[in-house]
Design a binder for this molecule. Structure first.
Ligand code: NAD
Ligand code: ZN
Length: 380
């Protein structure tokens, strides 16, 4: 039993007080885990675009003050009542969408949309008692997607935490807890490109590049990257992307350009931008008769997807996915094993790193569209 178990822990957390304003490193109180909860010591976290959308709160509901962060790796510090799957010292990855292992979704082979713990960006409190475990001088600070990893310690529901191989380096595999698994799974588990097929990837950030990696692993022969930022194209070559197009270079819709390049349309497309125009293009660019489009990007809260129904009647399929259809507790440990067995390279996604005290630099990099993932070392 650690000396901290059962006690409030005071530690540093990066608090977002206001939309779009730099995070402030504060001393926060982190309450002990309650029933079916665990308290984690976060060692490394990284920034995914979803954190940025909710922090900017331009196209999402505002909720402040809040502790963001959901791509991370850490160690269990203590466990609450009823927790039998995890114990102090376990190496874990927290995940923004959970797995209770008991509901109809968790029991279905097809779904990872757990009824209890599926992603809910508008909840800022724990499911068990509707309270926050974070406070500053007694004033509660909201949680984010059940993870809030921009804190040295955080409390999660046990169902939102995957136990992984303790030999896996957390400074690397932390990126598997969101972006990389999401993109990889979107292609391998949802789009399922046949060998020799042509795949279009919209958005070449970490999620899109992981989707491209999935296409390469599946044996796609052409992987066409689409991004508004041409600076992404050089990096994307390392991920097997064979051709690039920038919608800004064309006067006509990019789906028409893609159809011309591919004799009528791509076999599969994976959208990883969050932009609804790109989502529509990603659907309309797939070949009639067999094409499948997969939406991954998180849209503006008021976005509407508009297409002519004939595009569907002509035997195109539209799908969407969270976390690449992986069940976080059941499947994520095996994605980590893929890295340990050298079947999956993670290092090439990590282009920057900063100490926790400089977390705002990671936001600047993402806003400027520079690099892929920036690892934030909680010890710095
Ligand atoms: P990122 O910012 O690193 O990458 C996004 C890329 O999309 C950028 O390179 C940007 O230039 C490009 N882009 C933006 N608008 C575009 C457009 N209209 N056409 C072409 N390219 C465009 O972000 P990321 O961290 O890789 O995340 C990508 C998306 O996936 C985000 O929307 C994020 O919220 C979402 N996401 C979803 C899940 C899920 O489970 N469904 C999980 C993680 C992230
Ligand atoms: Zn469930």
């Amino acid at each position: 039993m650690s000396t901290t178990a059962g006690n409030v822990i005071r530690c540093r957390a990066a608090v977002a007080w206001e939309a779009g304003k730099p995070l402030v490193i504060e001393e926060v109180e982190v309450a002990p885990p309650q029933a079916m909860e665990v308290r984690l010591k976060i060692l490394y976290t990284s920034l995914c675009h979803t954190d940025v959308y909710f922090w900017e709160a331009k196209g999402q509901n505002p909720m402040f003050p809040r502790i963001y962060g959901h791509e991370a790796g850490g160690i269990v510090e203590s466990v609450g009542e009823g927790v039998t799957d995890l114990q102090p010292g376990d190496h874990v990855l927290p995940v923004f969408t959970g797995e209770c292992k008991e509901c109809d979704h968790c029991k279905s082979e097809e779904s990872n949309m757990c009824r209890l713990l599926r992603i809910n960006t508008d909840r800022g409190v724990m499911i068990g008692d509707g309270q926050s475990r974070f406070s500053i001088n007694g004033k509660p600070i909201y949680h984010f997607v059940g993870t809030s990893t921009f804190s040295e310690y955080t409390v999660c529901h046990v169902g939102s935490v995957a136990k992984i191989n303790p030999l896996a380096p957390l400074d690397k595999v932390c990126v598997l807890s969101c972006g990389i698994s999401t993109g990889l799974g979107a292609t391998l588990n949802v789009a399922k490109p046949p060998k020799g097929s042509t795949v279009a990837i919209f958005g070449l950030g970490a999620v899109g590049l992981a989707a491209a990696e999935g296409a390469r692993i599946a044996g796609a022969s052409r992987i066409i990257g689409v991004d508004l930022n041409s600076n992404r194209f050089d990096e994307a070559k390392k991920f097997g992307v064979t051709e690039f197009i920038n919608p800004k270079d064309y006067a006509k819709p990019i789906q028409e350009v893609l159809a011309e390049m591919t004799n009528g349309g791509v076999d599969r497309s994976v959208e990883c931008t969050g932009n609804v125009t790109a989502m529509i293009s990603a659907f309309e660019c797939v070949h009639d008769g067999w094409g499948v489009a997969v939406l991954v990007g998180v849209p503006h809260k008021d976005a509407e997807f508009k297409t002519h129904p004939m595009n569907l009647l002509n035997e195109r399929t539209l799908k969407g996915t969270f976390f690449g259809n992986y069940k976080p507790r059941s499947d994520l440990p095996s994605v980590v094993e893929k890295y340990m067995n050298k079947e999956l390279e993670v290092e090439k996604f990590i282009t920057h790193s900063v100490p926790f005290s400089e977390i705002n630099k990671a936001f600047d990099l993402m806003l400027k569209g520079e690099g892929i993932r920036c690892i934030i070392n909680m010890e710095g």
